[in-house]
Design a protein around this ligand. Structure first.
Ligand code: FAD
Length: 467
């Protein structure tokens, strides 16, 4: 029996088996030298490496885990439809390079349903209730936007209108835990307002977003299961140590998450500047997880890709994405923020129990009686991610810019370094391209853009001197 590369990747993900250290995706030994070394094969790392390769420079990506994708990871082994264990939605369909690349690679992309259903207990919300909720969301967003223009950067929670009534909890969940993995009290109003600049028309990949990133990384020289353990750097060059050996390069791009950076798992010689570490700490990752249940026969009676939320007055709530991708009756219950963090810390059985309890509350016990299979993600415990997506603590939005400053010949990339698309795959991708261009410029492989030509001026009239 032959195994395709994709089957190999998903099997190794499912079994968490570690392939031989230092072997690249095609089994070649780790090179000793490169022009630029990229740490991490998530969206940012793959985007950076593709840009460097396109500039005909030698690049090598070292990746700690056994697969490409980072926080984009498609599990094709557990259910009979692809299950995106991390990111699922891309943004900005008209301009996103990833959406174009997905189409070019023959993958199917499709838009998210335009709205979501809302349950009020065991019934669907009435038209008037939905209208009231949507108006509450608009008011909440506007209040956060207004607060972001104040002198002091406050928390989103403190900016929220106090009269959202029965919908306050749902609005908080949608704007906080569900959108960013943190509760609104922990998020900077300026950071959140900048995110409002996104074109919010999500688009997904039928084969999985992890499948897409893995496909886009296919031609890139990379070493899986090869964690960078130490990086010695200066303004001139850099040496990356891994268990499989050292790589010397003229520049490095580091795409690990803000939590991985501050956890100190990679040692830097000399140490990273305090300014960069402080900035990363202020952009810590929120908590977001999927609890996937297979409910044969679609007992919830929901349509393909339907999204359901509930009217809730507590953080103990979730978002349901139904019947993902086909008629296989798999649905994902998403939890986030402080509630999601506490729940995930209790382990997978507690997460599945909550999902069943929550669905029973909304749809009745008969609907949820026959869970055939289940699987829950626990991103906070994933050692090379340590969380879901970054958001700035109140007062800390400027930290994103700080993280884009070069450190010797090292450049940080990843979603946390993007000023508006933070927390997203698109932001990660763009940040990788930006860092690659900066690194290429640093090694002289790209010229600085010519300064804009000064507008032509009429020659000054020479003062006539008396003859
Ligand atoms: C459950 C969940 C749902 C999400 N949903 C969405 C969504 O729908 N839409 C969206 O846009 N975003 C979503 N996100 C966020 C999105 O996944 C991230 O913003 C994005 O994937 C980050 O990409 P990155 O390249 O910056 O970082 P990562 O994907 O974290 O890549 C960094 C890579 O570095 C590797 N690494 C770490 N340490 C080392 C080391 N020492 N040596 C070598 N390699 C190392 C990691 O293994 C990883 O592969 C979601 C995230 C989660 C967890």
């Amino acid at each position: 029996m032959t195994m395709t590369r994709r089957e190999f990747l998903s099997a190794s993900a499912a079994l968490a088996a570690a392939p031989a250290l230092g072997a690249d995706a095609w089994g070649a030994p780790l090179p000793r030298e490169a022009d630029i070394v990229v740490i991490g094969a998530g969206a940012a790392g793959i985007a950076a490496a593709r840009r460097i390769k396109a500039a005909n420079r030698r690049v090598i990506v070292v990746e700690a885990t056994g697969q490409i994708g980072g926080r984009c990871l498609t599990d094709t082994a557990t259910f009979d439809v692809p299950f995106d264990r991390g990111a699922r939605w891309m943004h900005n369909a008209d301009t996103s390079p990833m959406v174009k690349l997905a189409r070019g690679a023959g993958l199917e992309v499709y838009p998210a349903p335009p709205g979501q259903k809302i349950r009020v207990g065991r019934r669907n919300a009435r038209a008037g209730e939905i209208e009231y909720f949507l108006a509450a969301l608009v008011r909440a967003n506007r209040a956060i936007d207004d607060a972001s223009r104040g002198k002091v950067d406050v928390s989103c929670a403190s900016a929220l209108p106090k009269d959202l009534g029965d919908w306050a909890g749902t609005a908080e969940f949608m704007l906080g835990a569900n959108a960013t993995g943190k509760d609104l009290k922990d998020i900077s109003a300026i950071d959140r307002a900048r995110a409002l600049e996104r074109n919010n028309a999500p688009i997904a990949c039928r084969q999985g977003l992890g499948t897409l990133i893995a496909k886009l990384g296919e031609q890139i020289p990379l070493a899986l299961s090869t964690p960078a353990s130490r990086i010695a750097w200066s303004g001139r060059d850099v040496t990356v140590e891994t268990p499989a050996g050292r790589i010397a390069a003229r520049a490095a791009i580091i795409t690990v998450s803000s939590n991985v950076l501050t956890a100190g798992n990679i040692k830097f010689t000399p140490e990273l500047p305090k300014r960069a570490l402080d900035a990363a700490a202020k952009l810590s990752l929120g908590s977001y997880d999927h609890i996937a249940l297979q409910l044969p026969g679609n007992p919830l009676g929901l349509a393909r890709d339907e999204i359901i939320i509930e009217q809730s007055n507590s953080t103990r709530t979730a978002l349901l994405l139904a019947d993902i991708g086909s008629s296989s009756s798999m649905c994902s219950i998403d939890v986030g923020g402080s509630f999601g963090r506490d729940l995930a810390a209790q382990g997978e059985p507690a997460m599945v129990a909550f999902a069943v309890e929550w669905l029973t509350k909304l749809f009745g016990s008969d609907a949820v009686s026959a869970v055939k299979k289940s699987s829950a993600t626990r991103w906070n415990a994933a050692p090379f991610a340590l969380g879901a997506m970054s958001s700035a603590a109140p007062g800390s939005q400027a930290s994103r810019k700080t993280l884009t400053e070069p450190i010797g010949c090292m450049f940080l990339a990843g979603e946390a370094t993007h000023e508006t698309l933070w927390g997203t795959v698109d932001g990660a991708w763009e940040s990788g391209e930006r860092a690659a261009e900066a690194a290429l410029r640093r090694i002289g492989a790209l010229r600085d853009p010519e300064p804009a030509a000064a507008p032509a001026r009429a020659p000054k009239q020479r003062r006539r001197v008396a003859e």
